[in-house]
Design a protein around this ligand. Structure first.
Ligand SMILES: CC(=O)N[C@H]1[C@@H](OP(=O)(O)OP(=O)(O)OC[C@H]2O[C@@H](n3ccc(=O)[nH]c3=O)[C@H](O)[C@@H]2O)O[C@H](CO)[C@@H](O)[C@@H]1O
Length: 379
């Protein structure tokens, strides 16, 4: 009997392979997109599974940032499905989007039925909802990952179809009415910890003798932060060299100063730029702030306001402030003067903040999540 079972399993996996699908167990499907924040944890996990010989597939949208980010990994097969958004305001697309989502569910269902992955790892964003439902219909286990302190709408909708929800902040588990939620911590890309200060200085043509201020307005940039930096550029440059990640289309090429380097978006060079920073000014997107924490970078957080979001960044920032990892300046309170004062105040007490960050040690959450995936996929 045992031999027959083994034989059947072997024939099945051969057939799947011939069809271009997954082998029986070492196969994983990732999904998530819309913003870099919904892809970055996947990017932190995928290299491990590729190294271990797993087949890795990705379902995203046709035009989302996830497509460009995953394109850098040539062993990963990317499938685009139709997606739609749930908006809380009027838009003509609100009439079309339910049909797009239904189409997406159907496409995801068929893809998953054909590929038979051992597990689906979903990072959120609207493209992930049809994939999670498609996985549930095919009885494939699904792990959902929530980066922010409060869950995003897509993850809330997808949770009933998941086997497990894992969270970055300990406080988040209480938002899921389910005993399936578990706190694991932040999953960070390995390469970020391998940045080199010297290379960072060389990229920006900076001197090693003056402190470096890194400004990062999230993956999309932040117009308000860019304005505040530019208003205060002369005063800031007296004390710092500045590397400014401005967001797409937001570089101002008329600003040519020694010690001031602008980028729209940074990919491969980011570890070096992060590593060389003595101080960071940032939005409070969950992935970014945990990356700065892992690299022990004191940060001034300017969260996206409640008027422009569901307020998740405000709570992310508050939680970090409570732990002593950052200072927070709310956008409504930001003037040229409060901004400058906040930067200099944090710079003066940076050693205290770093000491507080040093207390945040323990098992790397990335290893924990990898173990969890392997166990659930085998089961
Ligand atoms: C406007 C918006 O909807 N923002 C949300 C989005 O932010 P956003 O996409 O900005 O998310 P995060 O700050 O969490 O992550 C950004 C990721 O992009 C990387 N990066 C950034 C700039 C760059 O030039 N290169 C680069 O690689 C960062 O290192 C980080 O890994 O998702 C976050 C996580 O769910 C949420 O907390 C934010 O509220």
């Amino acid at each position: 009997m045992w031999l027959v079972k083994k034989l059947l399993k072997w024939i099945y996996s051969k057939r799947q392979k011939r069809k271009g699908g997954f082998s029986l167990r070492k196969s994983i499907l990732f999904t998530g997109g819309g913003t870099a924040g919904h892809v970055t944890v996947n990017l932190a996990l995928i290299p491990h599974f590729l190294r271990e010989g797993w087949e890795v597939e990705y379902i995203g949208s046709e035009n989302g940032i996830e497509k460009q980010l995953i394109a850098g990994l040539d062993q990963v097969r990317y499938h685009a499905i139709s997606t739609g958004k749930l908006r809380r305001y009027f838009d003509w697309n609100n009439f079309k989007d339910p049909f797009r989502v239904l189409k997406g569910i159907f496409q995801a269902y068929r893809l998953i039925r054909r590929q038979k992955p051992g597990l689906i790892f979903s990072k959120g964003g609207f493209v992930s909802v049809p994939v999670v439902i498609g996985g549930w219909l095919n009885r494939v286990p699904v792990i959902i990952h929530e980066s922010d302190l409060t869950p995003g709408l897509a993850n809330k909708l997808a949770t009933p179809f998941a086997s497990k929800v894992i969270t970055t902040f300990p406080e988040t588990t209480r938002y899921f009415k389910s005993d399936r939620a578990e706190y694991v911590g932040a999953v960070i890309r390995e390469e970020l910890k391998q940045g080199d200060r010297e290379q960072g200085l060389a990229i920006c043509r900076f001197s090693p003798n003056k402190p470096v201020l890194l400004i990062m307005g999230g993956s999309l940039g932040a117009k308000r932060i860019n304005e505040a930096v530019r208003e205060n550029l002369v005063s800031l440059l007296e004390q710092f060299q500045i590397v400014h990640i401005c967001g797409k289309g937001q570089v101002d090429s008329s600003l040519q100063f020694e010690g001031y380097k602008q980028f729209e978006y940074v990919s491969d060079e980011l570890p070096h730029l992060m590593n060389m920073a003595d101080l960071v000014i940032s939005r409070a997107g969950s992935n970014s702030i945990f990356e700065f924490l892992a690299l022990r970078k004191p940060m001034l957080l300017i969260p996206l306001s409640k008027a422009a979001s569901r307020g998740d960044q405000i709570l992310n920032a508050e939680s970090f402030k409570k732990m002593g990892y950052c200072d927070v300046l709310q956008e409504e309170e930001m003037t040229a003067e409060t901004f400058l004062n906040a930067v200099f105040r944090l710079f003066d007490r940076r050693a205290e903040v770093v000491a507080q960050m040093e207390k945040n040690e323990g098992e790397d959450p990335r290893d924990k999540v990898i173990r969890m995936i392997e166990e659930l996929a085998k089961a």
